[in-house]
Structure formats: C-alpha cells, structure tokens
Design a binder for this molecule. Structure first.
Ligand code: PXL
Length: 280
C-alpha cells in the first residue's frame, strides 16, 4: 500500500511564516508526504512589509504539471492556498483533472482576505474567480471576511448571530462545494470558533476555543495545513477541524507576548502538541 500524497499549490513567502513555508513543515510533521508547487516567490508576505519582491511563477505551473503527467505521478489530495492571480486559479482545474487520483480530495482555502479587507493586489474579479473555484471543492476553509466577499454579503467581524452564520453557510453551499469549515465565529467575546457544515446532509457542528485578543498573521495557513495533515492521516473532517483549531491557539500562545514577532506565528513551537494529539 502506498502512503498518501498531498499536492499543495501556493506561494513561497520567503520570510513571514505563511503559505508554503508553513504548509510543508506542518503537513510533513503530520507524517504525510507533501509535494509543493510554488505559484510565486515573494521576499515576504504582503501583509505589512514594504517593498516586497514578487516573482510570478504562473507560467511554470503547466510545465511542472506536464512533467509529472509524463512520469505518471498522481496525488490523493490537492490543497490550494494563496494564489497570485486568476490564471493560477484557472490552472487549478487542470491540476485537478490531470494529476489527481480517482476520489482524490480537493481542499480549497480561499486565502485572499481578513479583518474585512482583501489582501494587497486582489480585486472583485479575483474574488469571483476564487468563489467559482470553491464551488468545485470537497472542502473549503474561508474565514468570515472571505465568506462574506465570496457571497456578496455584509462583513460582520464579531458578535455574530446564528442567522448571519447560517446565511453565509447557505450562500457558500450554493457555490457547489461539498463541505465548509467557516472560521472566526464569535457569538460572544470570550470564545472564537469554527463550524463544520456538510452541504449534502445539512449537518452543522461547532467547535470553540478561547479567544486571545491579538491579530496574528498566517494563522489561516497554519489552520489549513494542520487540517489537511490530520484529515489525510485519517481523522474525520470535524475532528481534523477541531485539532487544527487547538493547534492555532497553541501557535498564538507561543507568539502573543513577543511584540517583534508581528508577521507570523511561532508554529514550530506548537508542532510537538499537534503531533502528539495526532498520534493519540
Ligand atoms: O497567509 C496568507 C498569505 C499568503 N501568501 C501571501 C500573503 C498572505 C497574506 O497576506 O501576502 C503572499
């Protein structure tokens, strides 16, 4: 029996603890073989550094794909994160068609916005394209801002009502995805949580953790990587969603008191906790 292989397409932000520089170590630490397809190389992420470089690798995507096809290489899971432009989104369809085994899982994290704002360089057209891509996914992992943007809804960042969350879930489901993990749900100011929603059965399961009052970069990427690794290791989607939430809290706790570490979370120090809970 061969071990499962995850292909992940997202950028390398050389400095900044996000996208591939967290996905590869985290999924690998889960014990899962991780194949990377870098969609761009940036000197840093775009969320606070000034004057970053951006080497677009869009044209390499079909070349790398064609080589893998000629080698007969196929994957059990495709996990997409930050994508730099609409052409990259279009190539995801080709990767899915040409490199995935039958019944492979497609996990789409529409990493493009947070705290009510789009990341630098994205516009309405990109959001629309990302929403369409999410329609083809088995599981999508939007935060509240991304969910609201993809469904043309009002962005409400805290004090959520159940009606608001249900409205977002129902509009996201109508994109066509099979399941949703909606992140950043706050029904009160002490807890923050996720909901796992199965679009086929309408089953909804919540999980809450303590809310630490800070804004942390890259936590969505840490969440998606821990979720993907745990799911491929055999956890149910809801158990993987819970473990990923606990992991992110641990990452934030290791970071929150270090004012100089504003650009990411010290996920490395939380990896032992993730691995030990995975192996319990
Ligand atoms: O963490 C998401 C992310 C990934 N990649 C790049 C980013 C960001 C968020 O700002 O700028 C390049």
């Amino acid at each position: 029996m061969s071990d499962k292989k995850v292909l992940t397409l997202q950028d390398i932000s050389c400095m900044g603890q996000c996208s591939l520089t967290v996905a590869l170590p985290i999924i690998s630490a889960c014990g899962v073989e991780t194949i990377i397809l870098p969609s761009a190389v940036l000197s840093t992420h775009t969320g606070g550094f000034k004057g970053y470089t951006f080497r677009d690798l869009t044209d390499d995507i079909p070349l790398i794909m064609n080589h893998w096809m000629s080698e007969g290489i196929k994957f059990d899971c495709l996990y997409t994160g930050y994508l730099g432009n609409i052409r990259q989104i279009d190539y995801v369809h080709d990767l899915k068609k040409n490199l995935m085994k039958e019944n492979a899982l497609f996990i789409a994290d529409p990493a493009m916005a947070d705290f009510g704002n789009l990341y630098a360089g994205f516009d309405r057209k990109f959001v629309k394209s990302m929403a369409q891509l999410c329609g083809y996914a088995d599981i999508i992992l939007p935060n509240i801002t991304e969910a609201a943007f993809m469904t043309d809804s009002e962005v409400i960042l805290d004090n959520h009502s159940e009606e608001y969350i249900d409205m977002l879930l129902s509009k996201l489901a109508s994109l066509g995805c099979k399941a949703i993990i909606l992140k950043g749900i706050c029904y009160n100011d002490k807890e923050i949580g996720i909901v796992y929603y199965d679009c086929l059965t309408n089953k909804k399961e919540h999980y809450f953790t303590e809310k630490i009052n800070t804004t942390a970069h890259g936590t969505g990427d840490c969440y998606a990587a821990a979720f993907t690794g745990s799911l491929i290791k055999g956890f149910t989607p809801f158990d993987a969603a819970r473990l990923a939430a606990d992991f992110v809290v641990e990452c934030i706790k290791h970071t929150v008191n270090d004012k100089e570490h504003w650009y990411g979370v010290k996920f490395e120090q939380a990896l032992p906790m993730l691995v030990s809970k995975l192996n319990k």
